[in-house]
Design a protein around this ligand. Structure first.
Ligand code: PCA
Length: 340
């Protein structure tokens, strides 16, 4: 399917978008009226590949919604950024170009630091802490999204983030000058503070970025390491467990309001189930994907005490810097998290 590139100009209503894009887009338009009064076919762009556990979970979510509504709400998932590129998914949903989409929450860090709270190093670096942080943050994040007429449906974490290299990392000093792949503001900032040279690369582009020498190391999870066959271009994985960033699914509020009450409920119910299923799958993913990496020759290690110290120091500086940017709302969120 052809990829939609969002017009950079001013906001257009969905109908005008459809008109404007009509010649290049066939299936990429949300409709309110097929068959019964409020039936809808929804196209859903997602950034990651079909074998990724987030995508598998979302495909199941789409099936659940279809079943529960007897096909009245039919969601078609377009994975790997094939319909809309990751960096454009949020605004495409906001503007009604598509009714629903998935993206990594911390991608919104530049517009609002609160969306980056799950990517502050060592603030919440295991599943229990990540769950608590999610409970403490989801209402405020949902409210911020509401201001953009977006409805937050559910969020699921990636496994803990670690460091992939072509050499052993013992102290962190080894990373100076290394070209390091990053995927959000925090991973970029961390690479910077380690003295590495960060470059943002989307997951589908990782193999090419290594193949062409654009990057020599990366920060990501065991999940993405295994899915991108890290052993083809890397030798070591340090399971540093820096943070657990989350993907979220958001819906255009107008598209949601146009659904029948039954479909709205089916969507919300399926979202609750998908969130739980996604968290469970993420936990299982960590061990399973570490094993796959080991089986393929990657040397997996826990961080040494020196490395932890080095990363903690950087993490403390990043937490402070984040708090300065996030102001009282950031402090309130941290207090809510710590007082749970
Ligand atoms: N995989 C995604 C986000 C975090 C992760 O584990 C990535 O590397 O871009």
């Amino acid at each position: 399917m052809q990829q939609i590139t969002e017009p950079s100009s001013t906001l257009l209503g969905p109908a005008r978008y459809v008109k404007r894009l009509g010649s290049i887009v066939t299936a990429a338009v949300f409709t309110f009226s097929v068959g019964s009064a409020q039936a809808a076919d929804w196209d859903m762009p997602t950034p990651y590949g079909d074998s990724n556990f987030h995508t598998v979970n979302i495909l199941q979510f789409a099936d659940d919604v279809r079943d529960a509504t007897d096909g009245e709400l039919d969601i078609t998932v377009h994975s790997s950024g094939s319909l809309i590129k990751h960096q454009e998914i949020k605004n495409s949903v906001r503007r009604g170009l598509v009714p629903i989409g998935e993206l990594i929450m911390s991608r919104l860090a530049n517009e609002d630091p609160l969306f980056e709270v799950d990517s502050v190093p060592y603030l919440a670096s295991d599943y229990d802490q990540a769950w608590k942080l999610w409970q403490a943050s989801k209402d405020v994040l949902a409210k911020r999204l509401e201001r953009q007429r977006l409805k937050l449906l559910f969020a699921v974490p990636w496994p803990p983030q670690g460091i992939y290299t072509q050499f052993a990392v013992n102290t962190g000093e080894e990373l100076k000058g290394v070209k390091m792949r990053a995927y959000n503001k925090s991973s970029e900032q961390l690479a910077d503070l380690l003295g590495a040279l960060p470059t943002q690369v989307e997951v589908p582009d990782i193999p090419t970025a290594f193949g062409t020498g654009r990057v020599d190391a990366m920060i990501t999870s065991p999940s993405t390491g295994a899915n991108t066959r890290a052993w083809d271009y890397l030798t070591h994985f340090n399971h540093a467990q820096l943070w657990l960033p989350k993907n979220m699914v958001v819906v255009n509020a107008k598209a949601f309001d146009a659904l029948s009450e039954e479909s709205q409920k089916a969507l919300e119910d399926a979202a609750k189930v998908a969130e739980k299923r996604g968290w469970d799958a993420s936990k299982k993913e960590t061990e399973a994907k570490i094993k796959i990496m080991r089986d393929n020759g990657i040397k997996v290690s826990e961080p040494s005490p020196q490395l932890v110290k080095h990363l903690q120091k950087i993490g403390d500086a990043m937490t402070q810097e984040w708090l300065d940017r996030a102001d009282e709302s950031g402090q309130a969120l941290l207090d809510a998290y710590k007082n749970q």
